[in-house]
Design a protein. Structure first.
Length: 279
């Protein structure tokens, strides 16, 4: 297992960050990539095999890293950077045809400016996820772009059945294509004491949301929380690469929890999978 940790001081905010990744018990190569620098946090889950997935996810991370040193970011800047990442992956395939078919998910959050104040931009392409925990309530912020999610929303299968469905690894959007790279973006105001979990599906295919929440409550330090989440997923089966970034926000920044609509998306905007102490 490898890990990184750190904290960032940003205007009005104190962030504590932890990250961990593991190849798992089945795969021989880790095709996940992650970024946790400044106010940019990303997990990308590569696909394509023969190291091509690792190339695609690495391109996403390096492209998003360009945002770390930019000031006054907006959610639109994040969207444009994801489009640029898609273009760079396509260019890499054109230069190396042997990597044809490579692609990657991309999900995470970025500190942006909206209405003259600091906000989070949560973004997603594919079936990696961002969760938000506030006052003991865990909410899946992102919506999976996957065949099983479409079946769940159509009422054909339940969320529990989706976890073991044969098509659970089939994504309907990804970076590395010229037709399915559209990202969802939500803009959220910051909230004192909140915690974000950014993860590849190697975590969520092995652990239920209830188990994820339990581990988060047990480990207040973000680096330890990230390591324990990865360890639990590997122990539960480890059928895929597992990558987790945990972001904690300390300080007093307000209590507005409104959620704006996703940009350039017709998806339902309601948060998914809430778990609270009251349940």
């Amino acid at each position: 297992m490898s890990a990184v940790t750190g904290h960032d001081e940003l205007p009005g905010l104190m962030l504590r960050v932890g990250a961990a990744t593991d190849t798992g018990r089945v795969r021989t190569l880790n095709e996940d990539s992650a970024l946790a620098e400044g106010g940019i946090f990303v997990v990308a889950d590569g696909m394509g095999g023969h190291a091509a997935g690792e190339v695609a996810s690495g391109i996403v991370v390096e492209t998003m890293r360009d945002l770390v040193t930019r000031g006054d970011l907006t959610a639109d800047d994040v969207t444009r950077q994801l489009i640029l990442a898609n273009q760079r992956i396509l260019a890499a395939v054109a230069a190396h045809p042997e990597n044809k078919g490579m692609g990657t998910t991309a999900t995470g959050l970025a500190l942006v400016t909206a209405g003259g104040a600091d906000h989070w931009a949560v973004f997603n392409v594919g079936d990696s996820r961002v969760y938000r925990s506030i006052d003991g309530t865990l909410t899946q912020v992102t919506v999976d772009h996957s065949e099983v999610q479409e079946l769940v929303e159509a009422g054909v299968i339940t969320s529990e059945e989706a976890r073991v469905h044969p098509a659970r690894n089939v994504v309907t959007r990804s970076l590395g294509t010229d037709y399915a790279y559209q990202s969802d973006v939500w803009v959220l105001p910051p909230y004192a004491g909140e915690r974000f979990v950014i993860c590849s599906d190697g975590l969520t295919n092995e652990l239920t949301d209830a188990r994820l929440r339990e581990i988060l409550l047990q480990h207040p330090e973000p680096q330890i929380a990230a390591e324990e989440l990865v360890r639990a997923a590997v122990e539960a089966g480890g059928r895929d690469n597992v990558t987790v970034v945990v972001v904690d926000l300390d300080g007093t920044v307000g209590d507005d929890l409104s959620v704006t609509s996703p940009r350039a998306s017709g998806e339902d905007t309601a948060p998914r999978g809430q778990l609270s102490d009251k349940e």
